[in-house]
Ligand binder design. Structure first.
Ligand code: F6P
Length: 441
């Protein structure tokens, strides 16, 4: 259970100044847009969950601080310099977030300077000496029409002491890190050094992962675009499989530790016969094993379509050498390719034909521009991140929880990982749509 203390957001101090944004809101003669900080977003979404916490008073129920503009802000915009860095693997919407940060910081807060760091945390390290980029509204014009990140990215963290030296040298007051859990760990170690040196620099994160596995964030930006793109591969595999006798389409999709992309993409097309994800173990061999079930499905329908998340079935490849990427993640072995081979061998052994079509769209699903839904989401996340940073919040990420933008302590956002719940309703939908058995073997 998450304790109330865990949901506290760190702040650099009390607010002091009115911002140009407040003038904008004043002109509209409304104060409705300001966040009422006492109006917290409850962690639980059902009465049953809240009740399960015992006889806690309403104010003691775990809750998140709401995101949005504050009546008083901490940093004086005219003296504030902001740094932006994108880290880790690509994700649709990175450029949308960068652009929205720059527009919000420039047009609504009118900060002094915005600096883009190149190639992830390398851009803040004296070892690499990547030049910085001055970010202004005109620099970021139309960048949201393109995938990737104009700042470049890299995996892996750098020496936090060196990074804080860089922030101090450039007079950066706010560092906004757009990255995944590994990058947020890096951001926390930067914040630790800042605290040790007693500097007033806010570190705010915009969480990024197409895998959609960051906890306490309903959906990560770019996820919808990525699974929508993945449906193209599924459609192609289905067309191929249905056009030949005993056609079997196998599509492998990204998802290191979780099968969200596989589940959503499979549901979107509603043509998959089997979905294999890391959260739900399965057996390939034996009666009622996956291969046996697949053979029966092909016999019944004349074809079959299998969607597999790349993190699934890694136990079948345990003998392959283990390697780590620069973020410290274990590099996955190609289970989709292994599965294709095993399906072929099995049908040969059973003296049956199989026309297997294997598609792995790989990076093609994450290097595309954000769709309009993700575009909107990116803008709103960026606005929430700027409001939080200017109000002096630090060591936190912005997210959407129960439909509201909230501040999530960084520590909490990296503590666990979101996964498809094998007992939950998403997986039940997949089982209903595919008709696959709840267990193989
Ligand atoms: O973590 C996001 C992700 O896209 C995973 O789905 C995938 O396993 C991994 O990144 C691959 O990224 P890269 O090849 O850049 O390390």
């Amino acid at each position: 259970m998450v304790e109330h203390e865990d949901l506290q957001v760190k702040s650099l101090g009390a607010g002091r100044l009115d911002s140009p944004l407040s003038q904008l809101l004043a002109e509209r003669r409304t104060s409705l847009h300001y966040v009422d900080e006492s109006d917290r977003v409850l962690f639980d979404d059902t009465v049953g969950l809240a009740a399960a916490r015992g006889s806690a008073a309403i104010e003691d129920l775990p809750s998140f601080e709401p995101g949005g503009p504050r009546r008083r802000i901490y940093f004086d915009p005219a003296k504030t310099n902001v740094g932006i860095v994108t880290c880790g693997g690509l994700c649709p919407g990175l450029n949308d977030v960068i652009r929205a940060l720059v527009l919000e910081l420039s047009n609504h807060y009118r900060v002094n300077r915005i600096v883009g760091f190149r190639n992830g945390f390398q851009g803040l390290s004296s070892r690499y000496r990547h030049p910085t980029v001055e970010l202004r509204p005109e620099t970021v014009e139309r960048i949201n029409e393109y995938g990737g990140t104009i700042l470049g990215t890299s995996r892996g963290n750098q020496d936090p002491e060196d990074i804080v030296d860089c922030l101090e040298m450039l007079g950066i007051n706010v560092l906004i890190v757009i990255g995944g859990d590994g990058s947020m760990r890096g951001a926390l170690s930067i914040a630790d050094v800042i605290a040790q040196r007693e500097r007033r620099i806010a570190v705010v994160g915009v969480p990024k992962t197409i895998d959609n596995d960051i906890p306490y964030i309903e959906q990560s930006f770019g996820f919808q675009t990525a699974f929508a793109k993945a449906t193209e591969a599924i459609r192609a595999a289905h067309v191929e499989a249905t056009a030949v006798p005993n056609g079997i389409g196998v599509v492998q999709l990204m998802g290191r530790h979780c099968g969200f992309i596989a589940c959503y993409a499979a549901l979107a097309n509603n043509d998959a016969d089997f979905v294999l994800i890391p959260e739900v173990p399965f057996t390939l061999d034996g009666e009622n094993g996956f291969l046996d079930q697949l053979r029966r499905r092909v016999a019944e329908r004349g074809h079959a379509l299998v969607v597999v998340a790349e993190g699934a079935g890694q136990e079948y490849l345990q003998d392959a050498p283990k390697r780590l990427d620069a973020s410290g993640n274990q590099k996955l072995h190609d289970f989709g390719e292994y599965l294709r081979r095993r399906i072929g061998d099995y049908f040969t052994e059973m003296r049956e034909d199989a026309n297997i079509r294997y598609i792995n769209p790989s990076y093609a699903i994450r290097s595309v521009p954000a769709d309009p839904y993700d575009g909107v989401y990116c803008i709103r996340l960026a606005q929430a991140a700027v409001h939080a940073a200017m109000a002096g919040r630090t060591e936190m990420v912005v997210g959407r929880w129960r439909g509201r933008f909230v501040h999530v302590p960084m520590q909490l956002a990296i503590g666990t990982r979101n996964q498809v719940d094998p007992e939950g309703d998403l997986w039940l939908s997949v089982l209903e749509a595919t008709g696959q058995p709840t267990r193989f073997a």
